[in-house]
Design a protein around this ligand. Structure first.
Ligand SMILES: [Zn+2]
Length: 272
């Protein structure tokens, strides 16, 4: 049975997603190089497989850890009383994701899966759900560590999930924010222009802007990058198989094949 609160949240979420979908088409940030409909269909299909994995494994397991956090008052949130503890727990969850994202680029085994996300040659809201479904299992142990260490309870976990999902839809979107807003937002949150730089084919640009929610982590680690302008960025991965691996079937096989050498300035040298 759906509660009234769930219905309200669901409607609010659907309206926000619909609004963002329209907004990124009315105020595009980057010119799209591929036909939109097949791209979105592929990305949504990959996203649906991920969602099935999340519903089957990640949600019940992280819920169980969060419930124990609440009962035993453990982890960061458990040892800091009151709202400060809830804030610290939330920040710890978000920082854990920053660290995981860096690892997905630096460790060749993790890059096999994360590459499926970066291969998309354009970015819009649908890129936010373009992941390999096995990635949802590969990342699960770290996700459980995040929940355990942050000490978030069921409510805090729910808030973080909603924030994180909203954030990834927003910063993968092709929405051009009004002049000046992007810079101001990027001081606090990951923006579409900021994350677009992370999706650049160039190694220097890809190895920056790792934050997926709060932008603080990039500012603290000195990994925040504000340039080049969007017109100078080519979105995607520049290895020999990137064009092929945009397609649905090829994307699903990609992590299990010998990995292609990068043509120039990629995240790894060719011997990796
Ligand atoms: Zn990435």
């Amino acid at each position: 049975m759906i509660t009234r609160r769930e219905l309200t949240l669901g409607l609010f979420g659907a309206a926000a997603i619909g609004g963002l979908f329209l907004a990124e088409r009315l105020r595009p940030l980057r010119r799209q190089s591929r036909p939109v409909v097949p791209r979105m269909a592929r990305n949504v299909a990959l996203g649906a497989l991920c969602q099935a994995m999340i519903a089957a494994y990640e949600t019940p397991l992280t819920d169980a850890v969060a419930e124990r956090n609440r009962k035993r008052s453990r982890g960061i949130e458990g040892v800091i009383p009151g709202p400060a503890g809830r804030l610290a727990g939330f920040l710890a969850m978000d920082y854990g994701f920053y660290l995981w994202h860096v690892a997905t680029h630096k460790l060749p085994f993790l890059w096999r899966f994360h590459r499926v996300h970066h291969v998309d040659a354009d970015m819009d809201m649908s890129t936010a759900v373009r992941f390999h479904f096995i990635d949802m299992l590969v990342s699960l142990p770290w996700r459980l560590v995040q929940v355990r260490v942050s000490g978030v309870g069921p409510q805090g976990l729910g808030i973080w999930r909603a924030f994180f999902f909203g954030s990834i839809l927003f910063h993968h979107s092709n929405l051009r924010l009004p002049k000046g807003w992007d810079r101001r937002f990027a001081a606090i949150l990951t923006t579409p222009r900021m994350h677009g730089i992370h999706h650049s084919q160039r190694r220097r640009e890809m190895n920056s802007n790792w934050s997926s929610g709060i932008a603080l982590w990039d500012h603290l680690h000195g990994t925040f990058r504000d340039s080049p302008p969007r017109s100078a960025i080519t979105i995607g991965v520049d290895d020999a198989a990137a064009q092929r691996d945009i397609a649905l079937g090829a994307a699903l096989e990609a992590p299990f094949r010998a990995q292609p050498a990068r043509q120039s300035g990629g995240a790894f040298h060719s011997h990796q």
